[in-house]
Design a protein around this ligand. Structure first.
Ligand SMILES: [Zn+2]
Length: 70
């Protein structure tokens, strides 16, 4: 997966928004995912399980957890 868009600081940027949607699409295509995924946003830091639309909202508002890209 191309992660260049993770470096975009402007969360209203179309490329960032598309990246978030692509990520959600990818995350939900993983085996064992039934509606909830770990939220990789700055606040949840992959510790909380959330529904897709809530994760999307988190990512567009708070951004990705920085360590997530490592
Ligand atoms: Zn979150």
């Amino acid at each position: 997966m191309d992660k260049q868009w993770l470096n975009i600081k402007n969360k209203a940027d179309q490329t960032y928004i598309k990246g978030v949607d692509d990520f959600l699409e990818w995350a939900h295509s993983q085996p064992g995912v039934y509606g909830m995924i770990r939220c990789p946003c700055n606040q949840c830091m992959n510790k909380k399980f959330k529904h897709r639309n809530k994760v999307r909202k988190d990512l567009l508002k708070k951004g990705f957890w920085e360590s997530y890209t490592v």
